[in-house]
Design a protein around this ligand. Structure first.
Ligand code: FA5
Length: 341
């Protein structure tokens, strides 16, 4: 037994002193190899009595396992030391240093939305949120488009299995906002809209609108024209003329299509305005008395205007983007060519 203890002690020393793989391998062969010291001792077992065999067997197995484990642990030490050395010799990398590549920027839609919000905030409007998933009631009935009304066909709608819809226009939030604040009221609510459209360069299935509503005593078309001119002059950075043509939307009466004098040729005629000097921009009108009533506002006391500006198309115009689908594409290369002013 004493001999076995000494074998273990010597093996331990030699393992500790081994400082590379080859010398450790030599220690392994010396003790646990085919002709190794421990293996030789095991061979002597057959010369022992039954009782001695039992105690000696247990002890030699313990020593054999311990030497094996010590060698394995020392091997792991070598791996760890190797990695530590590599780390020490590698140059320090500071992951917080900004890349020399092009930095990210806000999306053209976000930039324009923030600009529009700033303009309306400065004119005393509040900014509200709309839901992307809406009830059929808010999207249609509450804006005077009853079930089976032909005006529903104007907006090819995505219906969900639970009967709700992906909002087809920002007007879907009108009722909720009227009920929340009552009159007087001045609010804008930008948001994403969805329609099952045939896609082309100016039609997307997912696009952005910004809705505006002003409700007060004695609000008229003059107020509508004033705020639209102010907003457009700020967006384009120059005086913009507007004109109204009749337009039908069940939630306004009278309803209009608002055109702007072409900001690119100042109304002289160019490719963008198809040589007419005018660009169709934004449907609007005086809020229909039924819509006010459904919003809990007395149309005998209050009037209001509303507009629904499609600002995906305004962004295209403003940033010289000729294909609407680029806006939702995530194509950074193409988007980075947008001429952000
Ligand atoms: C409406 O959505 C009305 N809710 C707007 C309104 C609000 C009128 C308040 C009166 C009072 P319209 O369907 O025309 O109207 O859409 C308004 C704008 O959204 C369009 O002028 C256009 O700029 C944009 N738009 C509509 N469909 C698409 C589309 N598929 N892709 C990109 N832009 C679109």
């Amino acid at each position: 037994m004493e001999k076995l203890d000494n074998i273990l002690l010597n093996a331990k020393n030699e393992i500790d002193n081994a400082n590379e793989k080859q010398s450790l391998n030599n220690v392994y062969q010396k003790y646990l190899g085919k002709d190794g010291i421990v293996t030789q001792e095991l061979k002597h077992m057959k010369e022992l009595s039954q009782d001695e065999k039992k105690t000696f067997g247990m002890e030699i197995n313990r020593i054999k396992n311990e030497i094996f484990m010590l060698i394995k642990n020392r091997e792991k030490d070598f791996e760890r030391l190797k990695i530590e050395k590599q780390i020490e010799s590698t140059q320090f990398v500071d992951l917080t240093v900004p890349s020399r590549e092009r930095r990210g920027s806000l999306h053209p839609i976000t930039i324009l939305q923030e600009k529009l919000i700033d303009i309306f905030l400065s004119m005393g409007f509040t900014v509200e949120d709309g839901n992307e998933i809406e009830t059929e009631y808010n999207n249609f009935e509450a804006v005077n488009i009853p079930k089976n009304h032909p005006a529903r066909d104007m907006q090819d709608t995505f219906y969900l299995e639970n009967g709700q819809v992906l909002k087809t226009h920002t007007s879907a939030a009108q009722n909720r906002i009227m009920r929340k604040y009552g009159a007087p009221l001045k609010a804008i609510f930008p948001g994403r809209c969805f329609r099952n459209e045939e896609l082309d360069a100016s039609h997307e299935n997912t696009f952005f609108q910004i809705e505006g509503m002003m409700i007060d005593k004695d609000v008229s078309v003059a107020n509508l024209i004033y705020f639209m001119k102010e907003m457009l002059t700020n967006v384009f950075g120059k005086e913009i003329n507007v004109r109204l043509r009749p337009g039908f939307f069940p939630f306004v009466e009278p309803g209009f299509e608002l055109d702007i004098s072409c900001p690119y040729c100042d109304g002289k005629g160019c490719k963008v305005c198809k040589h007419s000097g005018w660009i169709e921009l934004c449907p609007c009108g005086m809020i229909h008395p039924n819509v006010l009533k459904m919003g809990g506002i007395d149309p005998e006391k209050y009037q209001g205007f509303a507009f629904g500006l499609g600002f995906s198309r305004l962004a295209m115009m403003n940033y010289d983007i000729t294909e609407i689908r680029l806006l939702n594409s995530g194509n950074i290369k193409a988007l980075s060519q947008a001429k952000i002013k």
